[in-house]
Design a binder for this molecule. Structure first.
Ligand SMILES: [Zn+2]
Length: 492
């Protein structure tokens, strides 16, 4: 009798779950992403409880400082969640869906959908495409936690979502600064080019708002001579700093001045997005000759790569002087799809990882500054084959090298585990720098940190459950991975 009562209770539980599925409830399980094995799950849960509410440090990302400077309301779900998100656009495009139908204006004056509700309905219809991807996990977190939605996004709930999100965004508590505070963000770094005027950062400072939004110096606009606007940017760099940027010495002095200006606006780090990790060590005469070839339109094959390579070493030398932390994000073949680039421009999801060498590429830079006290270079990769072969051994040797977290396509539950499994045994936890959300999707920042903390606790729990680490040590590491390592590495 008792067992049949138990059985029918189980049946009722099952049918409730089934019903929930049929009505497409949106429910974030409190144990999501944690190990399914009960002993490891219990350990992971204890660890995660200790870091769930830890303040967020976002030391590298691409949010728009204008949001925090002027605190204007976001408009609607399409312009806030869909248009800026290259992960979403690339999936839609890869399935043969025309981006015009999602409101992206092509350069060839083709027809474009302008009704944002219609666009949102189309996105809701396509939402199934994101099953199994981190985009789905991040968005569901945004829908449930930021907007309090409790049904899943799909064709039948598209209008409900559109109305609920649009109405919420009109309320003061959904303005950028209020969200920043609600998200528990302690510091957030944006990224600006070397000739950016930093007006928005000045406006944030002048406003007296206490939120800590700092800039990051990303000089690719003046260190990559392959860019079509290189000469123009160089002229602007010279004008901004009253230096002659056509002379190698003036060019370097101008860059040092800009770094100082960025530091005045809170920057503690620089970032370098090069096609490769190659570095060089040219003499001043060779460097001036190289610059001259670009200024006179006489550059030869390999010159652009050599110029960028030399500039990484120059930036490292300046970092030794001014104490800024250097980040290197190499290995992305930008705008791989020429049709997509021509019709819809950059950042539409056509950037594809390439194979990347570090051991040989970084040697000239490391020979020059690798032992300089206080120099710090954080390495990222899109090429996971070098985690165990190159990156972990390098970081496990040079005091100046640290490993950035799983980046971009690897910023995912599986990607984070692959990163830990392939680097920690050689580099240890303390040669890594915690998590970067690296996003322009502001509302997804809590989702991304929540996911990273859960995956780190899952990994730590596995080490404890297999007796590779004691639980009190894992309990010490969990807040380091969530907060302490990023604060130290980025000198925040
Ligand atoms: Zn980035």
């Amino acid at each position: 009798m008792a067992s049949s009562r138990r059985a029918s209770a189980i049946d009722r539980g099952r049918s409730r779950k089934l019903y929930a599925l049929m009505s497409a409830a949106l429910h974030l399980d409190p144990d999501r992403f944690l190990p399914s094995e009960p002993a490891a799950r219990a350990i992971a849960r204890r660890l995660f409880d200790s870091v769930e509410k830890t303040p967020i440090l976002s030391p590298h990302g691409h949010t728009d400082p204008a949001w925090f400077a002027y605190d204007q309301a976001f408009e609607d779900p399409v312009s806030l969640l869909l248009w800026p998100d290259h992960y979403l656009l690339r999936m839609l495009y890869s399935q043969g869906l025309a981006l015009e139908r999602f409101g992206l204006r092509p350069s060839d004056a083709g027809e474009v959908e302008t009704d944002r509700r219609v666009i949102w309905r189309r996105f809701a219809e396509a939402y199934r495409l994101f099953r199994g991807t981190p985009s789905r996990l991040w968005l569901d977190h945004v829908f449930a936690e930021v907007f309090g939605l409790d049904v899943r996004l799909g064709p039948d709930t598209a209008d409900h979502y559109y109305d609920a999100i649009t109405a919420a965004l009109a309320r003061p508590e959904f303005r950028p600064r209020a969200l920043f505070e609600r998200f528990g963000i302690e510091a957030l770094a944006t990224t600006e080019g070397a000739v950016d005027g930093l007006e928005h950062h000045r406006a944030i400072e002048a406003s007296g708002w206490p939120g800590r939004v700092i800039t990051t110096f990303r000089p690719d606009d003046v260190t990559d001579p392959a860019r079509e606007d290189f000469k123009y940017n160089l002229a602007r760099l010279g004008a901004l700093t009253s230096e002659d940027a056509t002379r190698w010495s003036g060019y370097l002095a101008a860059l040092a001045t800009r770094r100082a200006t960025f530091r005045q606006h809170g920057a503690t780090a620089t970032d370098h997005g090069h096609p490769t990790a190659r570095t060089a060590n040219l003499s001043k005469v060779e460097a001036q000759a190289l610059l001259d070839r670009f200024l006179r339109g006489r550059a030869e094959a390999g010159d652009a790569e050599l110029f960028r390579a030399q500039m990484l070493t120059e930036m490292a030398l300046m970092a030794c002087d001014d104490g800024m932390v250097m980040q290197l994000h190499p290995g992305s073949w930008r705008n791989h799809n020429p049709v997509l680039l021509r019709r819809f421009g950059r950042d539409r999801g056509a950037d594809i990882p390439t194979r990347t060498d570090y051991v040989g590429a970084l040697k000239p830079l490391l020979d020059r500054v690798g032992e300089h006290p206080g120099f710090s270079l954080i390495l990222f990769t899109l090429d996971e084959t070098n985690y165990a072969r190159e990156l972990a051994p390098l970081a496990g040797c040079y005091p100046c090298l640290k490993l950035g977290p799983a980046w971009w396509f690897n910023d995912s539950p599986e990607g984070m585990l692959r990163f830990r499994r392939q680097t920690i045994e050689t580099a240890g936890f303390y040669n890594t720098v915690g998590f970067n959300d690296d996003t322009r999707a502001f509302l997804s920042i809590p989702a991304r940190h929540d996911l990273a903390r859960r995956m780190d606790c899952a990994y730590l729990a596995e080490l404890v459950a297999t007796h590779r680490l004691d639980e009190d040590e894992a309990a010490e590491l969990a807040p380091e991975l969530a907060y302490g390592l990023a604060k130290a590495a980025y000198r925040l």
